[in-house]
Write a protein that binds this ligand. Structure first.
Ligand SMILES: *[C@@H]1O[C@H](CO)[C@@H](O)[C@H](O)[C@H]1NC(C)=O
Length: 509
């Protein structure tokens, strides 16, 4: 070998090893992993009383006096996606999304709540949205219920009336029939814990029933049965011809014991929040988590109730619910420390908190967005929760149906950029430990109505100007980060997103 050649050879080896060492920091997502973004009907659609839609519980709540929403706002217009859906699909194309998760408004499709009247304008809207997405090969993932129950059904007791199992099953059947030829991914119910806890326990969300430790458990029972009804209808009557999948999306935060002595307290928190819904569906035995059955029965007896406040499932019901989900859909946002000592005994009786009998808190330093303090940035909690779900529920395949971060308005959302990067990195840590995670949906595609918080705090990859009647959408810095992650199917710590760049649609989208 001549001197020149040796030099060239060494130079190549050096360049190669350099490239490898840079690439070591770039982490790839597994083959087949799917990227998307999520929204929900009441939070984005607007058009609250247009084209035959009837009132739902959030219309009812936000139109009541006084309106309990912090900024006095409502979803009457929201991001106006009912009229601007083509722009929404254009944003999905800009980001290069493989799927988009959105929900159907029950009262837009079935204004009476029942299938006796099917509102054609509502059917047209969802057909147009689905077809526009499919034109660009973006797969629809539809949530049947994302918190906007028809008000008429609420007046009959909502989720605490056992008949909701029929009501929800009928609605689901209509949806499968109308859209299932093109929609291959169905979510029955979004965040049951939020529905029953915020709606029927502490009364922060519609229907604002304040009945902690009592009506929330009735809500859970009939919600789980309604979910299972929709699952079995799809499984038996539609899956054979439509070949899709159907699952539930649970909210799960991580509860970390403050010290080793609080391990049981943290485990109780997980069982009462995640396990309350996951154990009946995903465990080998089904039914409520044993700790809930025992604790609530004992406390109810002590408190003078004639039966447990936690209503029982019959053996047939246990079997009906067990196994009724093709995936574990997970909405994850943050982590809490848990402890249990003399100071954690001061709860109202009866109450959900008293049933858990432990306290939780977050560290100030987790609130990287100092002016919002809504979502704490704790990526390791995400990894721990994913590993626990794998261990507790027999390696169940997981889809991340929501994950995201809240800021004030503004395009330079560095805290959100850091959150997405670190949480996706934490997801890859879980994948490396053998957790079967199949997809990830960012919450949210665009700014929207954040329930009781109104428009004060924002979750969008795209900012929406709610002061402007045209509701213009502008990509934030985080949109440029997410686009790069989706394009490269990798996390590259050296990539620096630029909010002032021009957003374009890449070829093939
Ligand atoms: C209970 O634990 C919390 C959290 O560690 C602590 O702040 C509090 O002082 C403790 N209370 C008692 C009575 O020990």
């Amino acid at each position: 070998m001549s001197c020149k050649l040796i030099f060239l050879f060494l130079a190549l080896v050096y360049a190669h090893s350099n490239a490898v060492s840079v690439r070591q920091n770039v982490r790839k997502f597994p083959d087949g992993f799917a990227f998307g973004a999520a929204t929900a009907s009441y939070q984005v659609e607007g058009a609250w009383n247009e084209d035959g839609k009837s009132e739902n519980i959030w219309d009812h709540l936000t139109h009541s006096q006084p309106n309990p929403v912090k900024d006095g706002s409502s979803g009457d217009v929201a991001a106006n996606s009912y009229h601007l859906y083509k722009r929404d699909v254009e944003m999905m194309r800009e980001l290069g999304l493989q799927f988009y998760r959105f929900s159907l408004s029950w009262s837009r499709l079935l204004p009476t709540g029942f299938p006796d009247v099917i509102n054609q304008a509502g059917v047209d809207y969802y057909n147009n949205l689905i077809d526009e997405m499919l034109k660009y090969n973006i797969q629809p993932m539809i949530t049947l219920y994302h918190w906007d129950l028809p008000q008429k059904l609420q007046e009959m007791g909502g989720w605490t009336n056992s008949h909701i199992v029929d009501w929800f099953g009928d609605y689901a059947q209509v949806a499968f029939k109308l859209f299932g030829d093109r929609v291959k991914s169905w979510i029955t119910i979004n965040e049951p814990h939020s529905i029953c806890y915020y709606g029927y326990s502490i009364g922060h969300f519609a229907p604002r029933i304040d009945s902690s430790g009592v009506s929330e458990y009735m809500c859970t029972k009939y919600l789980l049965l309604a979910h299972a009804r929709a699952y079995h209808i799809y499984d038996q009557e539609f899956r054979p011809s439509q070949n899709g999948n159907i699952f539930i999306a649970l909210s799960g935060q991580w509860y970390q014991s403050e010290t080793d002595e609080y391990h049981d307290a943290a485990e109780d928190y997980i069982q009462f929040t995640v396990g309350q819904y996951a154990h009946p569906i995903f465990s080998t035995t089904g039914d409520w988590p044993p700790v809930m059955k025992e604790r609530i029965a004992a406390k109810s007896a002590e408190q003078g109730f004639f039966r447990s406040r936690l209503p029982a499932f019959s053996p047939e019901e246990v079997e009906y619910i067990r196994g009724s989900s093709d995936f574990f859909g997970l909405n994850h946002y943050t982590t809490y420390y848990v402890y249990r000592n003399e100071s954690s005994t001061n709860f109202a009786v009866p109450s959900f908190e008293d049933d858990i009998g432990a306290d939780r808190y977050q560290l100030q330093e987790w609130h990287t967005q100092k002016d919002v303090k809504y979502i704490g940035h704790v990526p390791w909690g995400f990894t721990k929760l994913l590993v626990k779900i794998k261990e507790d529920y027999n390696d169940v395949p997981i889809q991340i149906t929501e994950n995201g971060f809240s800021t004030l308005p503004g395009l330079e959302d560095d805290t959100r950029v850091a959150y997405y990067f670190d949480y996706l990195n934490a997801l890859l840590d879980a994948v490396e430990s053998g957790v079967d995670v199949r997809s990830y949906a960012a919450w949210s595609l665009l700014d929207n109505f954040e329930w009781i918080e109104g428009y004060g705090i924002r979750f969008g990859l795209y900012e929406v100007d709610f002061e402007d009647e045209a509701r213009p959408r502008t990509p934030r810095k985080s949109a440029f980060l997410y686009k790069e992650i989706v394009r490269t199917r990798a996390l590259d710590p050296s990539f620096e997103p630029d909010a002032s760049a021009t957003m374009t649609i890449d070829q093939g989208h």
